[in-house]
Write a protein that binds this ligand. Structure first.
Ligand SMILES: NC(=O)c1ccc[n+]([C@@H]2O[C@H](COP(=O)([O-])OP(=O)(O)OC[C@H]3O[C@@H](n4cnc5c(N)ncnc54)[C@H](O)[C@@H]3O)[C@@H](O)[C@H]2O)c1
Length: 430
């Protein structure tokens, strides 16, 4: 069942209460099922068993999921994943590796409830749409889509099929952003007015194979000029602001640097005769977008995967009428009437009152899990959403709105930084 609560503040509050109640569960991942259904296996297929696909598969196996079928065009990656499942379950799944469309054959199986998509980013949306149309729930790696048309395809497919679609945005489950989310919902910040977020992470070494041929990240840098990786930074902020749940993105304007750092890397690290030397890269070293929302919030969103600097990863900051938070200061918060003078406090000062119930319940399970424990929650929350019949915590409308930043920044840049309109994907309900 596909549900969504948008509109009046009362509806929004009810939605938040529902979400919170869902998060408060102390039961295992199968919480939504009782009686006979408790025995029902959760059967997951994987399309794209590379680094991410295999890692999320391993976490899902730990949560009791079965994996009857896996697909990857690279036989070597597929074999590693088949080994993982065989070791965990004593049975070797069926492998699909007969070309880039072979996942369609796997989707015809009637012993799969859901599909995890861990392919190159460029393929996420078409595979997700095909999976939902084939009656499979979807957990998709980020970003969800590359074009506005693909964004609409996602939301229409989720709506028309009723399948659970979840974007595997692990930064939304980091502990501190989740505390901030509770504080916002409790009114600690007053009305939010301004947010800053960004993904600043030198990924140039991931764009090239040793012979200088391009990985999917390299092809992304070659083919796309905008913010190519928006959801780690924008996702938590969108949740704080209630984007698509009371507020919405209205317009976006982008500006960029050149690509000097990227060019320097290619010249220094890629062999003279390699494809990388001949490629024309459209990507920029740094792209900043300013997004305005219907509730008059301004969001400053930076993307930089090429500049030489220590890795920062995603950062998130929020300004409200009564409080401010900034992860770059070491997760510090300042609350009017509460903090002393102009001294920032560690957010942990408020842990007792505002720790998110998901973290209170599941902290042990996050130990040693990559991406600040976020990967555990992504897996567990997807399983729970499917088992309980939804709603998805990060659904197709969220995925479309957040992923649309990629084509919207490209469009704005190509039009000299002009403010472009953001589509309202909640209109899929109209
Ligand atoms: N959430 C996170 O923190 C995070 C981190 C890194 C990457 N990612 C996302 O995860 C995705 C995968 O990244 P990765 O680092 O695992 O890449 P990867 O290259 O290790 O894995 C991608 C896999 O997809 C396979 N593949 C490509 N086309 C296919 C097709 N048509 N059918 C079946 N398999 C196909 C490749 O052979 C490869 O094994 C990317 O889209 C990326 O954006 C997310």
């Amino acid at each position: 069942m596909y549900q969504r609560f948008i509109g009046s503040p009362i509806q929004r509050r009810n939605f938040l209460k529902t979400s919170l109640a869902a998060g408060l569960t102390l039961a295992p991942a199968w919480a939504g099922y009782e009686g006979d259904d408790e025995q029902k296996p959760f059967r997951l297929g994987v399309v794209g068993a590379g680094r991410r696909g295999r890692y999320l598969l391993e976490l899902a196996l730990r949560e009791g999921v079965e994996a009857p079928a896996l697909c990857d065009i690279r036989r070597a990656n597929l074999e590693i994943a088949l080994d993982i499942v065989e070791k965990a379950r004593g049975r070797r799944p069926e492998g699909y590796s007969n070309g880039p469309e072979d996942y369609r054959r796997m989707l015809q199986r009637d012993d799969l409830d859901a599909v995890l998509i861990g392919t190159d980013m460029q393929l996420h949306a078409p595979i997700a749409v095909a999976a939902m149309r084939a009656g499979k729930h979807v957990l998709s790696e980020v970003s969800g889509a590359m074009t506005i048309e693909e964004c609409w395809d996602l939301v229409r497919s989720a709506r028309e099929t009723g399948m659970v679609y979840m974007l595997a945005e692990n930064c939304c489950y980091w502990r501190e952003p989740m505390m901030v989310r509770r504080m916002v919902e409790s009114g600690v910040f007053g009305r939010p007015t301004y947010a800053e977020c960004g993904y600043v992470h030198d990924c140039r070494h991931l764009e090239f194979e040793p012979d200088g041929s391009l990985t999917w990240r390299g092809r992304l840098a070659r083919d796309w000029p905008g913010n190519n990786y928006p959801t780690h930074s924008f996702g938590p902020v969108a949740q704080w602001l209630g984007i698509n749940r009371g507020d919405r993105m209205v317009s976006l304007m982008a500006a960029s640097t050149g690509s000097l750092a990227h060019e320097a890397y290619v010249a220094e690290h890629c062999p003279e005769q390699s494809p990388a030397r001949r490629a024309k890269f459209k990507g920029h070293d740094s792209v900043t977008a300013l997004i305005r929302t219907a509730n008059d919030v301004l969001i400053d969103l930076r993307y930089d995967t090429s500049s030489s600097r220590p890795t920062e990863g995603p950062y998130h900051a929020l300004q409200g009428v009564k409080a401010a938070y900034d992860s770059r200061l070491g997760n510090k918060i300042w609350i009017e009437g509460c903090s002393k003078g102009s001294r920032w406090d560690p957010i942990d000062k408020y842990q007792e009152e505002f720790e998110h119930p998901l973290w209170t319940s599941w902290r042990e399970k996050t130990k040693g899990v990559q991406h600040g424990g976020g990967d555990f929650f992504v897996t567990q929350q997807f399983i729970e959403a499917v088992r309980s019949g939804g709603p998805s915590p990060i659904d197709a409308i969220d995925s479309a709105a957040w992923s649309a930043i990629l084509p919207l920044t490209a469009q704005s840049l190509s039009e000299g930084g002009r403010a472009v309109d953001c589509p309202d994907f909640t209109k899929v309900f109209a």
